[in-house]
Design a protein around this ligand. Structure first.
Ligand SMILES: N[C@@H](CCC(=O)N[C@@H](CS)C(=O)NCC(=O)O)C(=O)O
Length: 222
């Protein structure tokens, strides 16, 4: 059975989780602590320490760079999901970079404002140290102070998607493609803490979000 090695609020893990749920194939979630990547290190034979990692029998799949989408492409091929059609290849590549930078930059910080609600007491030191070493001392306080501006910046970064949804059910055409899952994962990370809602002005995006939350892959000859 496919195993998704992850931690629950990670945006990139939430993308893969939704793809697996969409596919309807049986899969198992294996949670690791955000501060202890020894399982990831072991299954990747000392080649990777980030999450998500996918294990499918003897095959272990993980990203090779920031924009590689190796796991999603593996699942797409393995489960025949049609997430990466050739006609959308270039557009998707541009969009996922935007989603994982402009959008993600707001969503993960907004979620991390409430980090103490997600991270168990025993793991807080490692989490705080990791974040402060990456984003600077006092980053959580700084993000808290900038919360309103970040919510505004997020709403602005989502305008192109609201526009894309004006005349169709999913971002590119009549069915979800990879970028729908990618955006859904970033927003799932934002919504994880329960402290936020999607920006009220984006009515099409809200309808899309409901569609994406329950979308199921229907096999053509099933
Ligand atoms: N480009 C990678 C990014 C993965 C990533 O940034 N994972 C984060 C969790 S959301 C992580 O493991 N960070 C811990 C670290 O870098 O030590 C992907 O799409 O999977």
């Amino acid at each position: 059975m496919i195993e998704l090695i992850q931690f629950p609020w990670s945006p990139f893990c939430l993308v893969q989780r939704r793809i697996l749920e969409f596919a309807g194939a049986p899969f198992k979630i294996v949670n690791v602590s955000s501060g202890d990547r020894s399982l990831v290190w072991k299954v990747t034979r000392q080649r990777y320490y980030q999450v998500p990692v996918l294990k499918d029998g003897k095959t272990v799949v993980f990203e090779t760079d920031e924009d590689s989408q190796v796991i999603a492409k593996y699942l797409d091929n393995r489960l025949q999901l049609g997430l990466f059609p050739a006609e959308w290849a270039g557009v998707q590549r541009i969009l996922w970079r935007y989603i994982e930078s402009e959008v993600q930059d707001c969503t993960f910080k907004l979620n991390d404002i409430y980090w103490q609600e997600n991270v168990p007491q025993s793991e807080r030191l490692t989490y705080l140290r990791h974040k402060e070493r990456k984003f600077g001392r006092g980053c959580f306080e700084q993000w808290r102070a900038q919360q309103d501006q970040m919510l505004e910046a997020l709403a602005k970064s989502l305008i192109p998607f609201e526009q894309m949804l004006a005349d169709k059910n999913f971002l590119l055409d009549a069915r979800p493609r990879f970028v729908d899952f990618d955006l859904f994962g970033m927003l799932a990370n934002l919504l994880y803490s329960g402290h936020y809602e999607l920006p009220a002005a984006h009515t099409q995006l809200k309808l899309w979000h409901t569609r994406m939350a329950k979308a199921k892959h229907l096999k053509i000859n099933a």
